[in-house]
Design a protein around this ligand. Structure first.
Ligand code: NDP
Ligand SMILES: O=C(O)CCC[C@H](O)\C=C/C=C/C=C/C(=O)C/C=C\CCCCCO
Length: 329
């Protein structure tokens, strides 16, 4: 019998999640039935969506939602061999049983030299978010100017690099000087610390006096209300996320965006990466190629130990991560 450790949501979050909102439990896993496989999590992802989705999809006592890279330990399913690695969507669990549905084997071309945790970040859901958000929602064109916030994060850092590959000028903002330095290191044309600039308006004008063709919005809130006024005519806004709002007990009331939307005939389109699940392999293949060619750099914020999942999750929400936040079991 295998004893799995799981993190459950003890209490729904009020404002920022607290360690006391989580509970670590042990579950005895049964023996495998025909067609089942036993997996052990090797890397687990902590992502911003978990904060709003927990409110929408979970009840207290549920195992925290989330994805992981897991190794197959035992298999009674001929489609999955022991020792293979998959991406699963099985929540914050150290070990779990699956019938094989919803498991994505890591591409056979995955080189040993590349951390498998990238399947949760640059070559996984966040990277695919950047890929499809840029190519299918922003529809960026060479020579255009792209703005991205939370730019040093899992999604934002890929957005900026893909926009450079796409022949665009790229402006990014992040919440620390170290992150700004990282943005410049990976090729952003302009980058600023939104927490320390005296005026967001001035920073956006200085970074691109002619304005922006594409705005890849990860943050929402006040930043977006200001950035929209810096859009060029017929600009496109990909509403990817609103992390500035996730931890608010009371939603912020920002200035309205409708007037510049109409006046500049902007297109603002929200999207969820799962809409392109049928093109996952196309995206992963392209991202893996760019990573191996060194055209897309990556940085991971690795927290050691399954017991530190809540701390890693809270730290990411507080901006303590540079690049994709993952937990190494
Ligand atoms: N639509 C979709 O399908 C998807 C949407 N998303 C969204 O993309 C965004 C980025 O996700 P991801 O790359 O995984 O996360 P990150 O790796 O970027 O980590 C979150 C970052 O958000 C920034 N942040 C946190 N709070 C605030 C705030 N109040 N104001 C401004 N910035 C803040 C912090 O960076 P900083 O130092 O810059 O403050 C923090 O590091 C999120 O909004 C997420 O919900 C992600 C995946 C899929
Ligand atoms: O089980 C699930 O659906 C979660 C699967 C996550 C997965 O890896 C794929 C998609 C992730 C999407 C992330 C979206 C965002 O981060 C946007 C977050 C919030 C937008 C507002 C949500 C409001 C809910 O009430």
């Amino acid at each position: 019998m295998v004893t799995a450790k799981v993190w459950v949501l003890k209490k729904h979050f009020q404002g920022f999640p607290k360690p006391s909102d989580f509970d670590l439990k042990k579950i005895e896993l049964p023996s495998l039935q025909h067609g089942e496989l036993l997996l052990e999590s090797v890397f687990l992802s902590v992502d911003p969506y978990m904060r709003p989705y927990s409110q929408r999809d979970m009840k207290e006592g549920d195992v925290m939602i989330g994805t992981q890279v897991a190794r197959i330990v035992e298999s009674k399913n001929p489609a999955f061999a022991v020792g293979a690695f998959v991406v699963a969507n099985s929540g914050w669990r150290s070990h779990f049983i699956s019938d094989g549905k919803g498991l994505h084997l890591l591409p056979s071309s995955w080189p040993e030299s590349l951390p498998k945790s990238l399947a949760l970040g640059t070559v996984g859901m966040p990277g695919l978010t950047a890929y499809f958000g840029l190519f299918e929602v922003c529809k960026m064109k060479p020579g255009e100017t792209v703005l991205v916030n939370a730019a040093a994060g899992a999604v934002g850092s890929v957005v900026g690099q893909l926009a450079k590959i796409g022949g665009c000028k790229v402006v990014g903002c992040a919440g620390s000087d170290d992150k700004v330095a990282y943005l410049k290191k990976i090729g952003f044309d302009e980058a600023f610390n939104y927490k320390t600039v005296t005026s967001l308006d001035e920073a956006l004008s200085k970074a691109s006096p002619d304005g922006y063709d594409c705005f890849f919005d990860n943050v929402g809130g006040e930043f977006s209300s200001i950035a929209i006024n810096h859009m060029k005519k017929h600009g496109r806004i990909a509403v990817c996320g609103a992390i500035s709002q996730y931890n608010d007990s009371v939603p912020q009331k920002g200035p309205y965006v409708q007037i510049p939307m109409i006046f500049k005939e902007l297109r603002m389109e929200g999207f969820i990466v799962s809409s392109w699940n049928n093109r996952r392999e196309e995206g992963q293949k392209a991202l893996l190629k760019w990573v191996l060619e060194g055209k897309v750099k990556f940085h991971e914020q690795v927290t050691e130990g399954f017991e530190n999942m809540p701390a890693a999750f809270i730290g990411m929400l507080r901006g303590e991560n540079l690049g994709k936040a993952v937990v190494k079991v």
